[in-house]
Each structure stands twice: as C-alpha cells, then as structure tokens.
Design a protein around this ligand. Structure first.
Ligand code: 13P
Length: 249
C-alpha cells in the first residue's frame, strides 16, 4: 500500500496574514519531513502571505472552503479559480463548523466536490457524528450518508484523489480524542463504503484522515492504525509544535 501520511492543519479563523507568515517561518524547520506530506489550510486572506513564507519548505498551503459557482454575484465567497491563482491545491470542505454555523449541507458539499474536480483542486471532505448520534448507535449510518451524498457524481479517478477527514464532532476542540480503536473503526467503515461504491483499488488509494484533538502525544498511535492516513489538526497546528505531529514516529 502506498498511501502517504498527510499531516494537515486547519487554522480555522485564527491568525492575521502577518501572524500567519511569522508562524510559518517558525514552523519551517520543525515540519521538515521526507516521509509525511505537510499541509496548512489557512484563512483565505492569509493564503498569499502564507505561501510566500512557506517558500523553500515542504509546507503546502491550502484553503478552508470554496464556493461551487465559477464567479458572479455571490458576495463574500471565494472561487476555485481564485484559490488556484494563488497556488492552492487542497481545500477543506464540509467541516462540521461550516455545517453547523453556515448552513453547509451534504448537497452543497457535493456541489463543491464536483467544482473542485472540475477545476483541479483536491478536496478534503469532512464527515463526523455528534455525541448524540454516537450514543444512539447511528454513527456509521450518518457518516455513510455524508460520504455517499458528498461523493455523488464523482468518477473513480476523482474519488481516488479525494481525501476524507473523519472528525467526530464531540472530539473537536474538546481535548477529548476518540480512542485509536474508535477512530480506526470509523475510518475502516468509510474505506469499506468507498470499496462498495468504487471498488477495491479506489478504496486502497483514497486517504482517510482522523481529526479531533490530535496532538503530539496521540498522533503516533492514531496514524499507526491501518486505515488512518494522517490527521486534520486544529489547535495543535497553530504552533511550531505541529512539527512533532509531522514527525510523529
Ligand atoms: P482540534 O484539533 O482543535 O480538536 O480541531 C480539529 C478540527 O476541527 C480540524 O479540522
């Protein structure tokens, strides 16, 4: 199996452009790695400064959202062409915070997935259950629905290139990490679903990340699981300590 571990940060709504540049300068040395792909998804306005600061390092800069239309009267939105123009490859889609606070649905996430592939961006599609859903025993039903609808209309080649991030909502920003067994169980369930939808080859190639209170002390155990191909890291990606997650081994 040749899936490269992806250590991705999600900065959410943190850091101004100048703070972003300074943070990345400080992270360059700690995040160096030949084995792990390193990505920081930052606020759109920070992207040019972050790109400039990351030059000459292995840190890639991605986005946290994109709109599904090409251009036009959509005040406040960012298009795929705008992201591509500043050198972005990866974009996070359907984060639970966007679903909760900005009315993102499986259908809008799907439209954005389609747009990413039409334009040449690589989506990191988030999914994950609430505590209530976990307690009701419907975790996998809920996540299967999110992934199935999110991937509607994607070809096998597109699905293979996409990244999925499993982020249980109850583990985000709470310091309460899913156990590596819980995370592995769901990531495997997602891979099984991709196998049902697209076959074994796609299932073996697609990268599935875990997110939710990933830190320097739990990364090794999580990333060591068979179906976990890295992490989507919030709080711990804001500091040079992120390098410890990159170099988790
Ligand atoms: P934390 O790592 O801060 O829990 O956030 C996880 C997350 O939401 C990444 O997208």
């Amino acid at each position: 199996m040749s899936r490269k571990i992806l250590a991705a940060g999600n900065w959410k709504m943190n850091k101004t452009p100048s703070e972003a540049a300074a943070a990345i300068e400080a992270m360059k040395a700690t995040c160096a790695s030949d084995e792990v792909e390193v990505l920081l998804c930052v606020p759109a306005i920070d992207i040019p400064a972050a790109m400039e600061a990351a030059k000459g390092s292995n840190i890639q800069i991605g986005a946290e959202n994109v709109y599904f239309k090409d251009s036009g009267a959509y005040t406040g939105e960012i298009s795929a062409d705008m992201l591509l123009d500043v050198g972005v490859k990866y974009v996070i889609l359907g984060h639970s915070e966007r679903r909760e606070y900005f009315a993102e649905t499986n259908e809008t996430v799907n439209a954005k997935m389609i747009q990413c592939f039409a334009k040449g961006l690589v989506p990191i599609m988030c999914c994950g259950e609430s505590l209530e859903q976990r307690e009701q025993g419907v975790t996998m039903d809920f996540i299967r629905q999110q992934v199935k609808v999110g991937f509607l209309g994607l070809t096998a080649d597109q699905a293979k290139a996409a990244v999925i991030a499993y982020e249980p909502i109850w583990a985000i920003g709470t310091g309460k990490t899913a156990t590596s067994e819980q995370a592995e169980e769901v990531c495997k369930g997602i891979r099984d679903l991709i196998c049902e939808l697209y076959g074994k080859e796609v299932a073996e190639e697609i990268r599935i990340l875990y997110g939710g209170s990933v830190n320097a002390s739990n990364a090794a155990e999580l990333f060591g699981k068979e179906d976990i191909d890295g992490g989507l890291v919030g709080g711990a990606s804001l500091k040079p300590d992120f390098g410890k997650i990159v170099n988790y081994k």
